[in-house]
Ligand binder design. Structure first.
Ligand code: PGA
Length: 246
């Protein structure tokens, strides 16, 4: 049985005061039944590390450079994140693929850089509404994941995968548990063909996960937790989603 994992993706929200209140609200809820983490804006990683040091909650970033170091103005390396205790780095979020024109190859390089420095890459894949309606969902997610599997080689089993249909992100329109499960099953099969560890790997679902739909999503056989945007900004909602992950 895979232990469930719930990761909050704060995106570009928060302030030092707001974050402190959010984290203390989550910690006040006491032990959670799943593994849980928050992926925060880079500038708040250090504060978050201090706030969560004595807790079971992990932390991470929302992106990472593909490069180890050098003249890359504005970028943050995996080693820097690791030095601040990060456990996870989200890579290939659809907001970065779309807004920053990140390619499958760049996402794969970022995942590789993360793993090389002890971070677990949380590799996001997902189709747009247009692609879903054109019947391309499976081909799109397989292509996105395949680039990362190829780049990671024998370490592919160490990533976390997050299926996030683009049309479900921040829209309040969640994939049905059946829709999500069917894509997760496709991804699991693809992982099985690539690594002996596929059955212990976590495949998260993301896209309008809320306290009232989390339990049915997480009950699906290949959904191992969630990547949570909007609802991770409210302590009570994030805790409720974590409690649904058992
Ligand atoms: P959402 O975002 O939960 O607000 O839909 C999920 C994500 O983008 O990771």
């Amino acid at each position: 049985m895979r232990k469930k994992l719930v990761i909050g993706n704060w995106k570009m929200h928060g302030s030092r005061a707001v974050n402190a209140e959010l984290l203390s609200g989550i910690l006040a809820a006491g032990p959670l039944p799943c593994d849980a983490a928050v992926c925060v804006p880079f500038v708040y990683v250090a504060d978050t590390a201090v706030s969560l040091a004595a807790s079971a909650l992990r932390w991470g970033a929302q992106d990472v450079s593909a490069h180890a170091q050098g003249a890359y103005t504005g970028e943050v390396s995996a080693a820097m994140l690791r030095e601040l205790g990060c456990r996870y780095a989200i890579v290939g979020h659809s907001e970065r693929r779309a807004g920053h024109a990140e390619t499958d190859a760049q996402v794969a390089d970022k995942a590789k850089a993360a793993l090389a420095h002890g971070l677990t890459p949380v590799v996001c894949v997902g189709e747009t509404l247009e692609q879903r309606e054109a019947g391309q969902t499976e081909a799109v997610v397989k292509r996105q994941l395949s680039a990362v599997i190829h780049a990671l080689g024998h370490c592919a089993g160490e990533m976390v995968v997050a299926y996030e249909p683009v049309w479900a992100i921040g829209t309040g329109r969640t994939a049905t548990p059946e829709q999500a499960q069917s894509v997760h099953a496709v991804l699991r099969a693809q992982l099985r063909a690539a690594t002996a560890h596929a059955d212990t790997m976590k495949i998260l679902y993301g896209g309008s996960v809320k306290p009232d739909n989390a339990a049915t999503l997480f009950a699906q056989p290949d959904i191992d937790g969630g990547l949570i945007g909007g609802a991770s900004l409210k302590a009570a909602d994030f805790v409720a989603i974590c409690r649904a992950a058992r």
